[in-house]
Design a protein around this ligand. Structure first.
Ligand code: OAD
Length: 229
C-alpha cells in the first residue's frame, strides 16, 4: 500500500508536512466536491493546475521501479495506492488499485467522454469537452465516496496477504488507513517504509524501515537479488 511519500522522489509533493500541498492550499477550499462543483474554474486554476504541472514532468523513481521488480519476481501481486499520479503503472506494475481514483484520467461531467490529463490544455479553464461539458479528474474529492470495487478489492487483499509493505503514507486519512489494520488483524506482517513514524508505527506495523522510499526499496531489491543468486 502506498501514499504520497512514494512519489516524493519523483518531484511530486506530499499533502501533509513541510512542503506539503495542504500547506499552500486549504483542502476545504480546493479539494472538496462541493468546492469543485461551486467553482470548477477556481479549483482547476489553483490546485489542479499545480498538480498537472508536477505530474506532466514526473517519472517513476527507484521506489516505483523496486515495486515493479518485486512483481516481476513474483513476490508482489497487487498495489493499493492512494496516489492519483499513475506512476506505479508507468513503472510496470499490472494490478494497481487506485483507491482515490486517478488524475491521469479525466472525464466530461455531461457526456462521460474520457480525457488523459496530458491531453488537457489549461489555456481556458475549466477545461471543456467537445460537447461543452466541464471536464473533471477521475479522482475522489473529499466528500465523495471511495468506488465500491476499490473498497472491496482492497479489503480482500488486506485479508489475504502474507506481508503488506506500507510505503510513504501518513496513515491518517480514512478509510484507507484501516487497510493495514485489516491486514494485521488477518495475520499479515506489516512493514512500513517512511522517514517518519506514523500512527501505525509500533502498534500495527511489525517493522519500520526508516528513510526515503527510493533508497530503501533499492536496498531491499538488492538484498533480495543476492538471496536469489
Ligand atoms: P501524506 O502527505 O499525508 O503523507 C505523506 C507521507 O510520506 C508522510 O508520512 C511522510 O513522512 C512520508 N514521506 C515523505 N517523504 C517520503 C519519502 N521520500 N519516502 C517515503 N515516505 C516519505 O500522504 P498520504 O498519506 O498519501 O486524499 O495522504 C493520504 C490522502 O490524503 C491522499 O490520498 C489525499 C490526501 O488528502 C485525497 O485526495 C482524497
Amino acid at each position: 500500500m502506498t501514499g504520497a511519500g512514494v512519489s516524493v522522489e519523483s518531484g511530486i509533493p506530499p499533502f501533509r508536512g513541510k512542503g506539503g500541498l495542504w500547506e499552500s492550499f486549504d483542502p476545504m477550499e480546493y479539494a472538496t466536491i462541493s468546492a469543485f462543483l461551486k467553482d470548477p474554474k477556481k479549483v482547476w486554476d489553483v490546485l489542479l493546475k499545480a498538480m498537472k504541472e508536477v505530474m506532466d514532468k514526473a517519472a517513476p523513481n527507484d521506489a516505483h521501479m523496486g515495486l515493479a521488480q518485486l512483481e516481476e519476481w513474483g513476490y508482489l501481486t497487487t498495489i493499493i495506492t492512494q496516489n492519483v499520479d499513475g506512476l506505479h503503472q508507468m513503472a510496470g506494475n499490472t494490478d494497481v488499485i487506485e483507491y482515490h481514483g486517478s488524475f491521469v484520467k479525466n472525464y466530461c461531467m455531461d457526456c462521460q467522454k474520457n480525457y488523459m490529463i496530458s491531453d488537457i490544455v489549461l489555456e481556458q479553464t475549466p477545461p471543456r469537452c467537445s460537447c461543452g461539458g466541464i471536464i473533471r479528474p477521475d479522482c475522489v474529492f473529499f466528500g465523495e465516496t471511495i468506488p465500491y470495487e476499490n473498497l472491496m478489492r482492497s479489503f480482500e487483499m488486506a485479508q489475504s496477504c502474507d506481508v503488506m509493505l506500507v510505503i510513504g503514507t501518513s496513515a491518517i486519512v480514512q478509510p484507507a488507513a484501516m487497510i493495514p489494520v485489516n491486514a494485521r488483524e488477518s495475520g499479515a506482517t506489516i512493514i512500513e517504509i517512511n522517514p517518519e513514524r506514523t500512527p501505525l508505527t509500533g502498534l500495527i506495523s511489525d517493522y519500520i524501515l526508516k528513510g526515503p522510499a527510493g533508497r530503501i526499496m533499492q536496498q531491499l531489491v538488492t538484498e533480495i537479488k543476492h538471496l536469489r543468486e
